[in-house]
Design a protein around this ligand. Structure first.
Ligand SMILES: C[S@@+](CC[C@H](N)C(=O)[O-])C[C@H]1O[C@@H](n2cnc3c(N)ncnc32)[C@H](O)[C@@H]1O
Length: 227
């Protein structure tokens, strides 16, 4: 995951991270579609990238802890924070399987946007949901987005084929664009529901986008709270 995202950090962020010009609109849409307008307290941003959304989070919250698996992404975000004077933001590089070093119960809000879709194994998505449950304060709220596999046999069959094709393509094509750490995996709705429950979380609000830039998937937006 780290080498893939370090390589992608050197590429066009508009392609692999998200359009910088749309960051505020996307953040406001994430909160708004889930009936929330969180402000104040401590926000943990999981997968901050080069800081596309981090400055807008810094305006809303008293403190932001921005995490990413990629030191190159964090270096870009830190440089931006320094240039723009975001003095309430701290950055940490995490190992990619856990939110290392983040104390349990310290987050009033967790934001995880355009990240879970890239994790290369279902167990990692489950581990991240569990970690989000761990770091949330008892009255905290997590806002997450991920594409979820559509119901039906065709979608399941496509996922099976894809799970075989992605590693083969990565071997043949090489390069970060073919990496499983970019391509990610898709959970079904029931797999996601079980993972949320196992993480000790409950769904406070849910919204579904019209589609996702992934086949047989729809973007799902969730407001999660400790169960
Ligand atoms: C598509 S970018 C989105 C960045 C940011 N959330 C945004 O919307 O602008 C995905 C980010 O997730 C990070 N990432 C990927 N896997 C991760 C993991 N296991 N733990 C933490 N960050 C990860 C990547 O390094 C990258 O910066």
């Amino acid at each position: 995951m780290r080498s893939t995202w370090d390589a992608l950090a050197r590429a066009d962020p508009g392609i692999y991270v998200g359009d910088p010009a749309r960051a505020l609109a996307e953040l406001e849409s994430l909160f708004g579609r889930l009936g929330a307008d969180p402000r104040g307290g401590t926000c943990v941003e999981v997968g901050c990238g080069p800081g596309r959304m981090t400055g807008y989070l810094a305006e809303r919250f008293d403190r932001v802890l921005a995490l990413d698996v990629s030191p190159a992404m964090v270096a870009q975000a830190r440089a931006r924070a320094y240039a723009e004077g975001w003095d309430n933001v701290a950055f940490e590089v995490v190992c990619g399987e856990r939110l290392d070093g983040v104390a349990g119960g310290m987050a009033d809000v967790v934001v995880c946007y355009l990240v879970l879709q890239h994790l290369p194994a279902r167990r990692l998505v489950e581990a991240y949901l569990s970690e989000i449950g761990r770091v949330l304060a008892p009255a905290g709220t997590a806002f997450i987005q991920l594409p979820v596999l559509e119901p039906g046999l065709v979608a399941r069959a496509w996922r099976l084929l894809r799970s075989a094709a992605v590693p083969i393509h990565a071997l043949l094509a090489r390069g970060p664009e073919a990496s499983p750490a970019l391509r990610g995996v898709r959970l079904s709705g029931s797999e996601l529901g079980r993972a949320i429950g196992s993480a000790g979380l409950g769904v406070g609000a849910r919204d579904t986008g019209p589609d996702a830039p992934y086949r047989f998937s729809r973007d799902v937006f969730l407001r999660l709270e400790r169960a």
